[in-house]
Design a protein around this ligand. Structure first.
Ligand code: ATP
Length: 256
């Protein structure tokens, strides 16, 4: 099983440190991890650092690797080329860093992912003609088609309607559980994190504020101190944890 462990990880832009001393236990495949934190906390930066787009001090230990490219990264905006069709853009994402020749298994994988995400009907459309939500689904397909063991997804549901948010998060959770993937998703919806994520990692002002089982991490104190809201978690009639938000906390933070 794949695992990812961060030790004393830092990152900076032009000499300004925005992430420091991030250490986690070994995050094991098979789980969905929610990366949480206010705007500007450092979530995207952490993804770039783990994926190798940024260098810096600290150690990233990936164990249990069985493929040449174990990590895929879905940024908030991946700048997919608008003139390509959906099918071509997913195939291209799969082929990056691999051999040049496209094999039948590559086409089969693109088909699989199109169907998995329910976007097969978009296959021939140009990426530039898609709606924001459709483009986000294509971005997710591009990441999944790489068949990673570790999938880093930066706010993959931000442009989706509510039913598609639930569909995508359910699918990701199922993929993690059934195929042993480690999936880390940055989310602003703490209710979704409570409902879908096994583990929550909270970044606040570039530092790790908490990392552990989601229901133990997302507490009224953390919601007040990190997110500036008065809120509590209560089980709904079906027993699922729900976030009840009362309002802004009295103490307000500096703007991000
Ligand atoms: N390319 C860049 N150059 C300089 N500073 C940057 C760059 N990208 C991000 N930053 C700064 O790094 C800090 C962390 O940004 P980051 O995008 O990682 O936050 P985030 O938690 O993903 O925020 P959000 O929830 O708003 O997407 C912010 O202060 C931001 O202004």
């Amino acid at each position: 099983m794949v695992s990812l462990q961060l030790t004393d990880l830092s990152a900076a832009y032009r000499g300004k440190t925005v992430l420091s001393g991030i250490s986690t236990p070994a995050l094991q495949g098979g789980q969905l991890v929610a990366l949480l934190g206010p705007n500007g906390a450092g979530k995207s930066t952490l993804f770039r650092r783990i994926f190798g787009l940024l260098s810096g001090p600290g150690k990233i230990l990936v164990e249990g690797v069985t493929s040449a490219r174990p990590i895929a990264y879905m940024p908030q905006d991946n700048g997919a080329r608008p003139v390509l069709s959906v099918y071509e853009s997913i195939l291209l994402a799969r082929m990056q860093g691999r051999r040049l020749k496209v094999l039948s298994e590559d086409h089969a994988e693109v088909e699989r992912v199109l169907n998995l995400l329910g976007i097969a009907h978009l296959r021939s459309q140009n990426v530039g003609d898609l709606s924001g939500g459709q483009r986000q689904m294509v971005n997710a397909a591009q990441a999944l088609a790489q068949q990673p063991q570790i999938l880093l997804m930066d706010e993959p549901t931000s442009a989706l309607d509510l039913s598609r948010q639930l569909d995508l998060l359910s699918l990701l959770r199922r993929l993690a559980q059934d195929e042993g993937l480690l999936i880390v998703i940055a989310l602003h919806d703490l209710g979704h994190a409570l409902r879908f994520a096994d583990t929550a990692m909270v970044i606040d002002q570039g530092r790790l504020a908490a990392c552990g089982p989601t229901d133990e991490v997302v507490t009224p104190m953390l919601l007040r101190e990190v997110f500036d809201v008065e809120a509590r978690v209560e089980p709904c009639s079906r027993g699922a944890p729900q976030l009840i938000v009362e309002g802004r906390a009295m103490r307000q933070r500096e703007p991000a």
